[in-house]
Design a protein. Structure first.
Length: 274
């Protein structure tokens, strides 16, 4: 009980992040990682955890929570007929392999690279979402063969390194290939599980051998953070899904872009002043 009281401020801060991330997950199908990573990072920095360890813990813990959040989110979208099951079946194996590689690489990268990379990655995606013509597309269908395997692996690798699940990149890829925004969001929610599980396990293993970890962590995954955020994100993801289907596609797209841009610039500023 005394230990809990000593860390009550940390738990409350993580719980607040979890509530916002849960709504974000259901609304945009992104697993909440774009909110969870900077939120956990800021909380840990506030508790005087060194920058590099704070970022790796934020990414790892985010990915662990994304498994729970994405499951709830994808089921909520599936009930509304917005999940392309055939895409999940054919893309998930390659997303899994990319996630393993991405998590392993990020575990040994300098923390500043991860912070700047996260911020730059998110800003680029937000610009695409904000200014690209929503009716513009590269093709009328998703790629197959080598192109599909390469693209799916990239989704897994990049998402595992950023701690954001597969929804962010997945939504963009599918809309560019002719999927409606609502169907893209619903299907991309399923990518989060394929990214989150293997990546979180990898961060646990690599962090286990690290000489320095955050208290109450399994490897780089912080257990109190995982529990607090998972409960709230899993509870609120269906609410976000209902909101998503109540909004026009253009409004949903602009909200998505705005959230990504703000998050990206904040992380870039943090990384530059590392």
């Amino acid at each position: 009980m005394e230990i809990i009281l000593q860390h009550l401020d940390l738990f409350l801060a993580l719980a607040a992040a979890g509530a916002v991330a849960g709504l974000t997950a259901g609304l945009f199908g992104v697993g909440g990682g774009i909110v969870i990573v900077p939120a956990i990072y800021a909380v840990l920095i506030g508790f005087e955890i060194r920058d590099e360890l704070a970022m790796k813990t934020a990414i790892a813990t985010s990915l662990a929570t994304i498994v729970v959040t994405s499951l709830r989110s994808v089921f909520a979208h599936y009930k509304r007929g917005a999940v392309d099951v055939s895409v999940l079946k054919s893309w998930v194996p390659w997303i899994l392999s990319g996630a393993f590689v991405g998590a392993a690489l990020a575990s040994y990268m300098p923390g500043q690279w991860l912070v700047v990379g996260f911020g730059g990655f998110i800003v680029l995606i937000s610009l695409q979402m904000a200014f690209a013509n929503p009716n513009w597309k590269l093709s009328d269908g998703l790629p197959d063969g080598v192109a599909k395997r390469a693209l799916a692996s990239f989704i897994g690798l990049s998402s595992a390194m950023a701690g954001i699940g597969g929804g962010v990149v997945g939504v963009i890829v599918m809309t560019l290939c002719g999927k409606s925004i609502h169907r893209a969001v619903g299907t991309a929610a399923g990518f989060g599980v394929a990214v989150g599980f293997p990546a979180a396990v990898t961060y646990m293993v690599t962090g286990w051998w690290s000489a320095d970890t955050v208290p109450f962590s399994l490897g780089f995954v912080n257990i109190p953070g995982f529990l607090a955020i998972s409960v709230l994100t899993a509870s609120l993801a269906p609410v976000g899904a209902r909101l998503a289907h109540a909004l026009p596609a253009l409004v949903l797209r602009r909200l998505f872009a705005g959230l990504l841009m703000v998050t990206g610039f904040l992380m870039l500023r943090e990384g530059i002043t590392f």
